[in-house]
Write a protein that binds this ligand. Structure first.
Ligand code: NDP
Length: 408
């Protein structure tokens, strides 16, 4: 039984707080604190949790960019683990605060500098020695993708293959919120990611593409059917290519509606995705920050979004018997069911549940270590078991060994 500190009271933070409250009732956590820049958001979530689960959670205001302030909060509350579901900009300051206060660290997205639309693990991997010396663990990317997709890959590699050669991470949001345009997680982070150049791993090197240049159609299960997907760069490719050196190809695919892409293109063309300051009536503004203010808050999409998500890892290689093999491990999640349970849509849910599980495995010592770890470096079995218990059941299917994706 351990205390957990959640930082960030957005769409994902709400789910993590609800899930930690459910686990507290089962004896998994002893106390929960939810802290964010805006305390009123934490208080609103705390009131929902009290009404729904009968659990009291503590709340606080914190600026996670400020290391001494955050470390002071940690020293006072003394959590076993801090789950960072603020923004990627806060990763390094939160890791510094954890080191200062002696707290284990879990996040769901790798560090991005505000003024450079680029994400790489190098900044967080550089903390390896500091966390080792402090005897603490930093668990990186415990969301769905990254997160569950890394664990699906590690579990499949462990139990089904003698060697993995190809990995395709396939992500469909087949839900609809009925709004003209909205992003299903933080708009600034989402649009920076999708409008960037594509990149995938092939034969020991990164292959760069124009944004959304490569596409395909994939036939999804659970009644979702055929959907158009685009190849984009996603952070888990970097760690998976490193930790599974036999991979000769690793790609990431995501669905986008024509409507989403049209809006994004127009916004890009008029400069609204810009991350450099521009002068407006004598004041400096950053276009994408202003756009984020205008766009719907992802946390508000819960009651509006209907439909399903399906995300998984398709792996090809040699089976334990040395023969060619292909498998597809995935989860299907229903937006309306997530809303019913925790008041959020499935994108926040599929991120928040694994963040809670990562926090729980670290806090309980089931996952332990000293240093900085990506999800695929941990034993996948306990995490896979917890997914089934906490609302993200998975399916593992064998595909024809010669299965190929219809990439154009
Ligand atoms: P939101 O924008 O809804 O929420 C972010 C929250 O962080 C807000 O409540 C915000 O503050 C708080 N915050 C921002 N800056 C600070 C700061 N300096 N100090 C304290 N709190 C701060 O984002 P989401 O909930 O949609 O996303 C959360 C994280 O989850 C992001 O890092 C995102 O990249 C990641 N993610 C990961 C996925 C995965 O599968 N791995 C998928 C989807 C998202 P305030 O209190 O003012 O509102």
């Amino acid at each position: 039984m351990a205390k957990v500190l959640i930082i960030g009271a957005g769409g994902v933070g709400q789910v993590v707080a609800h899930k930690c409250a459910q686990v507290l009732k089962q004896g998994g956590f002893s106390e929960i604190m939810l802290a964010s820049r805006t305390k009123s958001k934490c208080d609103k979530i705390a009131a929902q949790i009290k009404a729904k689960w009968g659990v009291e959670i503590q709340t606080a205001s914190v600026d996670a960019d400020n290391v001494p302030e955050t470390a002071a909060l940690m020293k006072k509350f003394k959590p076993a683990v801090c789950i960072n579901v603020a923004l990627p900009y806060q990763d390094l300051t939160l890791m510094d605060a954890c080191l200062e206060a002696g707290v284990n660290y879990v996040d769901t997205a790798n560090y991005e500098p505000r003024d450079l639309a680029k994400f790489e693990y190098k900044w967080q991997w550089a903390y390896q020695e500091k966390f080792q010396k402090a005897g603490l663990i930093a668990l990186l990317g415990s969301g769905f993708d990254p997160g569950v997709t890394n664990v699906f890959t590690a579990w499949t590699a462990k139990h089904n293959f003698s060697r993995i050669d190809e990995l395709e991470i396939i992500d469909a949001n087949a839900g609809n919120h009925g709004l003209p345009f909205a992003t299903n997680f933080n708009p600034e982070i989402n649009l920076r990611e999708v409008s960037a150049k594509g990149r995938y791993w092939e034969n020991g090197a990164w292959v760069e593409t124009k944004p959304l240049e490569k596409g395909m159609v994939f036939d999804f299960p659970a009644g979702i059917g055929a959907k158009k997907l685009y190849c984009l760069y996603h952070e888990e490719l970097e760690s998976l290519a490193k930790h599974f050196p036999t991979l000769n190809r690793a790609r990431f695919w995501m669905t986008f509606s024509d409507n989403y892409l049209m809006h994004m293109k127009v916004l890009e063309n008029v400069g609204m995705l810009g991350i450099a300051p521009v002068k407006h009536k004598g004041q400096d503004i950053i276009p994408i920050e202003f756009l984020t203010t205008l766009l719907p808050d992802p946390a508000s999409l819960g009651p509006l979004t209907k439909g399903k998500t399906c995300i998984g890892s398709l792996v090809k290689g040699l089976g334990k018997d040395g023969k060619p093999k292909a498998t597809w491990t995935y989860n299907v999640c229903v937006h309306e069911e997530c809303y019913e349970e925790v008041g959020s849509q499935a994108i926040s849910y599929t991120t928040g549940v694994p963040a809670m599980i990562g926090g729980l495995l670290v806090a309980s010592g089931v996952w332990s270590g000293k240093g900085v770890f990506n999800m695929e470096q941990m034993n996948p079995d306990p995490f896979m078991a917890e997914l089934n218990k906490h609302g993200l059941p998975w399916v593992h299917e064998e595909l024809p060994a010669d299965f190929t994706l219809p990439v154009r």
